[in-house]
Unconditional design. Structure first.
Length: 294
């Protein structure tokens, strides 16, 4: 897709960058609102059913104890992410998804969803996952407190029921985030910027979207790869699959031998994965995309 060369710098910023931030802000605000509503409802029910009449103070203590429970927090994460995903999928479909042409559908089926491109995506995910480990290790060296705070935050959000945690991280989050980032935002940016700039901007925005320094840093390469896949495949569907597999790796690697958790293995995995994807890509049959995603 050709970007609007006649658009001035101010218009590019307002309609491209600023709108992207608005989309992300609305998504985050929606999830926060849902979480607050669920917590308020739980506290109200407790207070109303308390012995001796309405007990607001007891409800506050109840909610404080409840929020410290991993199962409740992961349930809260699932509910908020599910509702947000419902909105993002619907809006993406209304704005862009329903405009998909038969040519795009055929291209996705006959060129993208083939053994070689899928294998390249899976290999890239492995490399990106271990690159994230290396970035996290660097953060641990430079700022141990920052990494500790990040680990505590992730444990609070996804440290309860593992089935619910997988539902939130492996299914709901990829659908929600890809419809927002590689759907609404990337498509909007394509109206104003060239492809390399679009990939870079949406990758940085993807990092900002996660709301913390550690995850924000290590998801930038992931976001760049996902943006590239979105543009090459003309679809958000492969991005959802790639994001899903990437997140799934965090649940799978714990079953690997201890050697697979070492720095040497991580570096090797990154180098080998990058080399494999590059070699396979040289002979890839995936044509250049000029129409963007729909």
């Amino acid at each position: 897709m050709e970007y609007d060369k006649s658009a001035g710098a101010g218009r590019k910023f307002v309609e491209g960058i600023a709108l992207s931030f608005e989309i992300m802000a609305l998504s985050v605000m929606l999830q926060i609102f849902i979480m607050i509503a669920v917590m308020a409802a739980a506290g109200t029910v407790y207070a109303a059913n308390a012995a001796g009449g309405y007990d607001a103070y007891g409800a506050m203590i109840f909610m404080n104890d409840t929020l410290s429970e991993g199962d409740f927090m992961v349930m809260l994460t699932v509910v908020a992410t599910a509702v947000s995903a419902g909105f993002s999928v619907s809006i993406y479909w209304i704005v862009w998804g329903r405009k998909k042409t038969e040519t795009d559908r055929r291209y996705l089926k006959e060129t993208v969803l083939r053994a070689k491109p899928v294998a390249m995506v899976c290999i890239a995910c492995v490399g990106l996952y271990y690159l994230a480990i290396l970035i996290s290790a660097a953060v641990a060296v430079l700022s141990p407190d920052t990494l500790e705070e990040y680990n505590e935050m992730m444990e609070s959000a996804l440290g309860g029921n593992q089935m619910l945690a997988m539902l939130a991280a492996v299914i709901l989050a990829p659908v929600n985030e890809e419809c927002i980032m590689r759907g609404l935002i990337l498509k909007n940016l394509q109206r104003f910027f060239s492809t390399p700039v679009v990939i870079l901007i949406q990758a940085v925005l993807f990092g900002i979207f996660h709301g913390n320094w550690v995850q924000g840093l290590y998801v930038i390469p992931v976001g760049a790869a996902l943006g590239y896949v979105a543009i090459k495949s003309r679809s958000v569907i492969p991005c959802i699959g790639m994001h899903l597999f990437y997140n799934l790796l965090s649940f799978l690697v714990v079953f690997l031998p201890a050697f697979c958790q070492t720095g040497f293995f991580a570096v090797t995995a990154v180098v080998v994965s990058a080399a494999a994807v590059w070699l396979m890509g040289r002979k890839s049959g995936m044509a250049e995309s000029h129409s963007g995603i729909n």
